[in-house]
Design a protein around this ligand. Structure first.
Ligand SMILES: *Cc1c(COP(=O)(O)O)cnc(C)c1O
Length: 439
């Protein structure tokens, strides 16, 4: 540990200083992807499954009607916000800024509506098929029948969560008829617990952090043969549900006439907690765009768990507490002290880099986005929307741009800032957030 703390990047993380880190292990996409035991077929399997469920989803979540039963969010260019950001931080990278608004995803109001809902659907499909209640060729609205619901009632779905994963798993499982238990960490917001309880979900609360809630939840669930634990730290299903986002984004690019190639680089920034959502999206994007997409994660200065795991090479064998951070942050969705070891091992050669942000910026950015674009997103989601400025101000990032031969193409760059949550935040909470000034 002493030696580790001598590494300049770890020193900065331990001091809770904002920093930009370029991943020295980034490999060319072909080589990196070849070393990963998953591929396009796995993502396609997930995408196909979501298509089979579309008629059912349309019935249960009528707000997905216009998307034909697919849970999907808009891609919106945010030029007014870009102008504001450039005014505040002139070092902001050139290019167009787009917001991928998973903050408005139907059903669960956050990026977790991708992976979380997908995993519950896959589990339900597996159980129903084993029971002879469903076949692939049937219309999945059959799952609305009292017979299917009564069957699912015999089974439990459980999950450990900082909040949003619990919402997505809870809402979807309850709709199918499952019994649901959500194990919440101390950081989870009260309104999220209240909302879940109103849907008949059992909410267990723990004084410890996210890892503790997962540990306890997993132990209780594992002791019950009728209980299925959604394991955010290791789940391949969650990961593939998230990965489908890439092809959906690609279709939106096509519709808006946006090209991604060597002369039109794509920069994507995603706020990172345990890593499942950003990891899955990264995997999907690299499969589609290879070396033409540059993916970065954003983490709070108090919870840079993925950055620490990757930069130290220790992956999930190190936590932010090990380097003396307390790990508390206003970014509740990112309040994770130890990263997913599975995700770390998949993205270690795919990720371009990361940066960390102080909490006070989240509220300033939230207000700026609201003022300039009339779009509300929650504090955790704001960590990613400052990316072009944070990265632009870094000498290491300038070196990355030069080394990759991107300098002549930066004017053509497209920056996608992944807005990861917000839709379900109650009005009074929005007001409270908007009025929060930490600096
Ligand atoms: C969960 C979450 C993330 C990050 O996802 P992980 O899978 O935990 O890395 C980002 N933003 C919000 C709002 C979230 O709820």
């Amino acid at each position: 540990m002493e030696k580790l703390l001598e590494q300049p990047i770890v020193k900065k993380l331990a001091a809770a200083e904002e920093c930009v880190w370029i991943n020295p292990a980034l490999a060319d996409a072909k080589t990196a992807l070849a070393a990963i035991p998953y591929g396009k077929a796995d993502v396609k399997d997930a995408a196909d499954r979501l298509l089979r469920f579309a008629p059912y989803i349309r019935e249960v979540f009528p707000e997905t009607e216009e998307n034909g039963g697919l849970i999907e969010s808009p891609l919106t260019e945010i030029s007014n916000f870009a102008a504001w950001l450039r005014g505040e931080m002139p070092e902001t990278l050139p290019g167009r800024l787009f917001l991928k608004r998973d903050s408005d995803l139907q059903a669960a109001g956050s990026v977790k509506a991708r992976g979380g809902i997908y995993e519950v659907l896959k589990h339900a499909e597996t159980l129903a098929m084993e029971e002879g209640l469903l076949s692939r060729e049937e219309n999945y609205t059959k799952l609305l029948s009292p017979e299917c619901k009564a069957f699912f009632k015999q089974h439990e779905v459980a999950v450990g969560s900082t909040g949003n994963l619990g919402l997505s798993i809870g809402i979807m499982s309850a709709a199918l008829g499952f019994r649901v238990t959500v194990h919440m960490s101390a950081d989870a917001k009260q309104w999220k617990k209240d909302l879940l309880r109103s849907k008949g979900v059992t909410v267990m609360e723990y004084a410890g952090d996210y890892s503790e809630a997962v540990r306890q939840g997993r132990a209780i669930s594992d002791a019950d043969p009728m209980s299925y634990f959604v394991d955010d730290e290791n789940s391949v299903d969650l990961f593939m549900g998230y990965a489908v986002a890439a092809e959906r984004l690609d279709a939106q690019f096509a519709a808006q006439g946006i090209v991604v190639d060597a002369e039109h680089p794509l920069f994507v920034t995603i706020p990172c907690g345990v890593g499942g959502a950003p990891g899955g999206i990264t995997f999907g994007l690299k499969l589609l765009y290879g070396d033409n997409v540059h993916v970065f994660y954003a983490e709070p200065t108090q919870c840079p768990c993925m950055l620490l795991g990757l930069a130290s090479g220790k992956n999930s064998d190190i936590s932010v507490q090990d380097i003396g951070l307390h790990g508390r942050t206003h970014a509740d969705g990112l309040a994770v002290g130890r990263p997913s070891g599975f995700v770390g091992s998949v993205v270690k050669e795919l990720l371009a880099g990361e940066y960390t942000v102080e909490d006070y910026r989240l509220y300033d950015l939230m207000r700026a986005l609201l003022d300039t674009e009339s779009i509300f997103i929650e504090p955790s989601a704001c960590a990613g929307i400052i990316a072009p400025a944070m990265l632009g101000g870094s000498a290491d990032m300038q070196a990355y741009i030069a080394e990759k031969g991107l300098a002549p193409h930066m004017e053509n760059a497209v920056h996608v800032l992944w807005a990861t949550g917000g839709r379900l935040v109650p009005e009074e909470m929005r007001q409270e957030y908007v009025n929060t000034h930490l600096k």
